[in-house]
Ligand binder design. Structure first.
Ligand code: B12
Length: 211
């Protein structure tokens, strides 16, 4: 019997060697890859999300947990057809034009990926045009923008306007976040949602795609 509890605990404690070992064991025992993901790896990451939200875990620990989860995912992924991977929607994620902060954005991406979402991380300093291009290319369910500067927050508004001008706005949900960004600001610029931290961002994204 695969040790899913051990696997989940390994993710929570960021013990990537243990997670890799237990994942390998589960594969050798013939456990279904999707079961390994859902019962072991994602279960662990759900605990991490809840603890981070509650202020019981901090950024470095969450990053270690995400790394541990990835150690397991890397072993399991090659065994599954892309179409069988649990997919909870596609997200195009980036830090807006003029802004180079990416620690929070990457945490948001990790949390979403850990929940089974397909995340296309465009990086930092992403212009409205680049966001629009990515929407055309990847046809995501959600566009997620991050900004850490009061000056670059305004680029979120510009991006929504460009999506509108290019007729892409109605095909996606737009969510925004980053330290200076508030729920009121999100509403004001016509975004579909805002969240204060990475775990809530993941919950919001899942809610918006109906999962
Ligand atoms: C690290 C840091 C840097 C690093 C960035 C490294 C990197 N790779 O990201 C470096 C040194 C490069 C940097 C540069 C600058 N920085 Co700086 N930086 C910070 C610092 C200390 C921490 C930011 C951080 O990573 N926080 C940790 C993460 C986990 O939190 P977070 O980003 O808020 O993300 C969480 C939530 O906001 C949310 N979230 C984030 N994104 C999203 C997206 C969505 C869709 C959702 C739903 C949620 C969400 O979830 C995340 C996880 O829980 C802050 C101060 C602070 N305490 O915030 C200043 C700060 C943001 N920086 C500041 C400034 C001024 C600058 C510079 C202009 C400095 C300079 N004079 O050169 C440059 C600008 C460079 C540029 N063009 O972007 C100011 C901004 C002031 C303002 N009001 O605009 C701050 C507030 C510092 C200060 N007190 O003055 N910075």
């Amino acid at each position: 019997m695969a040790d899913y509890e051990g696997m989940a605990n390994g993710v929570v404690s960021g013990d990537f060697n243990r997670v890799a070992e237990l994942t390998r064991q589960a594969i050798d025992e013939g456990a279904a890859p999707v079961e390994i993901i859902n019962e072991g790896l994602i279960k662990g990451m759900n605990v991490v999300g809840a603890r981070f939200k509650a202020g019981e875990m901090y950024v470095p620990e969450v990053m270690m947990a995400a790394r541990a989860m990835k150690a397991g995912m890397d072993l399991v992924k090659p065994l599954i057809a892309e179409s069988d991977l649990p997919t909870a929607g596609k997200v195009v994620l980036g830090t807006v034009a003029g802004d180079l902060h990416d620690i929070g954005k990457n945490l948001v991406g990790m949390m979403m990926e850990s929940a089974g979402m397909n995340v296309i991380n465009l990086g930092v300093d992403i212009s409205p045009e680049k966001f629009a291009e990515a929407v055309r290319e990847h046809k995501p369910d959600i566009v997620a923008m991050s900004a850490l500067l009061t000056t670059t927050m305004l680029a979120m508004k510009d991006t929504i306007e460009v999506l509108q001008e290019e007729g892409l706005r109605d095909s996606v949900k737009v969510i925004v976040g980053g330290a200076p960004v508030t729920n009121d600001f999100a509403t004001e610029i016509g975004a579909d949602g805002w969240a204060p931290d990475a775990a809530s961002a993941k919950d919001l994204a899942l809610e918006l795609v109906g999962k």
